[in-house]
Design a protein around this ligand. Structure first.
Ligand code: K1U
Ligand code: ZN
Length: 181
């Protein structure tokens, strides 16, 4: 066996930066489908999403945002940016209370606004190894999980805002996209 053959899976596993879709791209409104098997192809996608999220200085990313319509989320809300959390086929088990927090989105650059969501949630998901886990979350982690789960349903955070605000944001981002052509 040659060196290249012996290490070909490692050589294949070079990480890539994925292009992020920007609102109001209609592909952001696609409902993602469940991952059937967590295999090497899915792990490669998870690693590429993590690299893309870090390069864009975000704390979360849903596969929808990179035009892959599978139910996968990566998050890292830690201070040292070294605590990646992976949620494959996340399922909301319970939620309680209400909390209003400032949100941003890598698909809606430069726009921040307050959104009301559940204060505390419990989710079940698979990790990068395909192992099922449950997690209770509140604060930034809870907000991020709910924001990213919305992406998997084809919902962008601005859809929680008034129609007037949504129209203003659409006009602003369309103008910006034209100027950047
Ligand atoms: O594009 C995304 O879905 C990622 C998004 C996650 C998020 C952050 C904060 C609230 C809700 C969802 C971001 O990473 S936005 C950029 C960011 O780093 C940030 C924005 C506001 C507060 C904290 C962090
Ligand atoms: Zn987002």
């Amino acid at each position: 066996m040659s060196f290249v053959t012996a290490f070909s899976s490692e050589l294949d596993h070079i990480m890539a930066l994925l292009p992020i879709l920007h609102y109001p791209d209609p592909r952001l409104h696609t409902r993602a489908t469940a991952v059937a098997v967590v295999d090497e192809r899915i792990r490669q996608l998870v690693d590429d999403m993590a690299e893309t999220m870090r390069a864009a200085e975000g704390v979360g990313l849903a596969a929808t945002q990179v035009d892959v319509h599978l139910r996968i989320i990566v998050l890292d809300v830690s201070e040292d940016h070294q605590q990646l959390q992976v949620f494959i086929n996340p399922r909301l088990l319970s939620s309680e209370g209400e909390a209003e927090n400032e949100e941003g989105c890598l698909s809606v650059p430069g726009i921040y606004d307050r959104v009301t969501r559940a204060r505390r949630i419990k989710v079940e998901a698979m990790n990068r190894e395909g192992k099922l886990f449950t997690l209770e979350a509140e604060g930034l982690l809870g907000t991020c999980i709910q924001h990213e789960m919305d992406h998997l349903e084809g919902k962008v955070f601005v859809q929680h805002l008034s129609q007037l605000k949504q129209n203003r944001i659409k006009t602003k981002l369309r103008k910006r996209a034209r100027e950047n052509l």
